[in-house]
Design a protein around this ligand. Structure first.
Ligand SMILES: O=P(O)(O)OC[C@H]1O[C@](O)(CO)[C@@H](O)[C@@H]1O
Length: 370
């Protein structure tokens, strides 16, 4: 937070032609980010909620609030500073849109999308595995993580990078037949493209499958996906002729006939773990035969952002979750469970930053509670 948040504010200032009001608000947030006491939200529809959630933290340094709480509040304050929820010229202008757009315009994407033809030649079960792992490693393409840090994302996009691997039970569940699935998305851009390609395959594999794709209700953690980002990704897929464009067409058709539905909930931008999810959100998760939970932040919210021993069982940390769940995550923050002791020791010996450098991934699965 000390390094990344000031760098992000500088970046946002430089990227947009804001006027004195927004610049002054960004300056105030910058002062807080480097040590001034945390201030409450200005008048906004959700300021009463934040006033209650933050009663113990306002007036104190940001470092005294829990990390998950403080990061979440920082992104809410950024929206406030740039008048995102204020009627006027900056209303609902995504301050991170230029970063997400740049990722979709990256010329290296074109050959990757063109290569989809080869994936479609694979036998269906192998294709599920390849696309599931593509969705996992897509989580490395995270813009917030890159800003202000030198992420040592290296050569671990292989079996060695996967330090907990429940792929087998997930694949067998996905191959049982049509079922309701939920995907809780993380980042827009490359990661969301990979998620959408997986979704298309799952819909195609068993007619009768339905999928709900959960996105954030507003810009968050720089690159988190919103409805606008789903639209942008569908357009990007459609721009590459062949398999990619065909997938875009299938997904649009699935949205039109209701097999694929977008969902969101205010709680996805709230500063808490999923233990505190309200009933109307847990009711969205419960019917799923499998919830695919993407990314580092969702993982922290699943297991609780606390000091678990890395060897603590995944079941112990996530057993409360109300549906079968697979967490597909690359490690960008300290919290992790379900890693065997020998692997932990090896990682500590050979790559002490393994929990935060984004180079390791986990596929962790929990079946439905009995
Ligand atoms: O996009 P992801 O995978 O959820 O990663 C978000 C993560 O990035 C960070 O903001 C920085 O590493 C973490 O605090 C957060 O959990």
């Amino acid at each position: 937070m000390r390094d990344r948040h000031p760098a992000l504010i500088d970046h946002i200032r430089a990227a947009h032609p804001y006027g004195p009001t927004q610049l002054a608000a960004l300056d105030r947030l910058q002062d807080e980010a480097v040590g001034a006491p945390m201030q409450p939200l200005d008048a906004a529809p959700d300021s009463a909620a934040w006033a209650a959630w933050g009663a113990n933290y306002f007036g104190k340094p940001w470092s005294q609030a829990p990390f998950l709480w403080a990061e979440s509040y920082f992104y809410r304050r950024l929206l406030d500073a740039v008048d995102f929820f204020t009627q006027g010229p900056w209303y609902w202008i995504d301050l991170f849109a230029h970063l997400k757009t740049a990722e979709l315009r990256d010329p290296t994407l074109e050959p990757e999308l063109a290569a989809l033809e080869h994936i479609l030649d694979l036998p269906p079960q192998k294709r599920t595995e390849v696309l599931l792992l593509a969705s996992l490693w897509g989580n490395r393409a995270d813009l917030g993580f890159r800003i202000g840090v030198e992420a040592a994302v290296g050569n671990h996009q292989d079996a060695a990078g996967l330090i907990a691997d429940d792929t087998a039970p997930v694949l067998s569940l996905l191959h049982t037949g049509p079922q309701p699935i939920a995907v809780i998305a993380d980042n827009a851009g490359r990661e969301l493209l990979a998620d959408l390609i997986l979704i298309d395959h799952l819909l195609d594999q068993h007619g009768g499958t339905t999928i709900e794709l959960h996105v954030k209700p507003a810009p968050y953690y720089v690159s988190d996906a919103t409805t606008a980002d789903v639209t942008a990704c569908l357009r990007r897929l459609a721009d590459t002729p062949g398999a990619s464009a065909a997938i875009a067409g299938h997904l649009r058709a699935a949205m039109q006939d209701g097999r694929l539905a977008l969902r969101t909930h205010w709680f996805y931008c709230a500063p808490f773990s999923f233990h505190r999810a309200p009933a109307d959100l847990t009711q969205m998760w419960e019917p799923a035969a499998l919830v695919l939970l993407k990314g580092d932040l969702n993982y922290r919210r699943l297991v609780g952002d606390c000091g678990w021993a890395p060897t603590a069982p995944f079941q112990e940390a996530a057993g409360y979750y109300p549906a079968p769940v697979v967490a597909l995550r690359t490690l960008k923050s300290e919290v992790v469970v379900g890693i065997d002791a020998k692997t932990v020791q090896d990682l500590e010996d050979h790559d002490p930053a393994w929990r935060t450098n984004g180079s390791r991934g986990t596929v962790q699965f929990l079946a439905r509670r009995m």
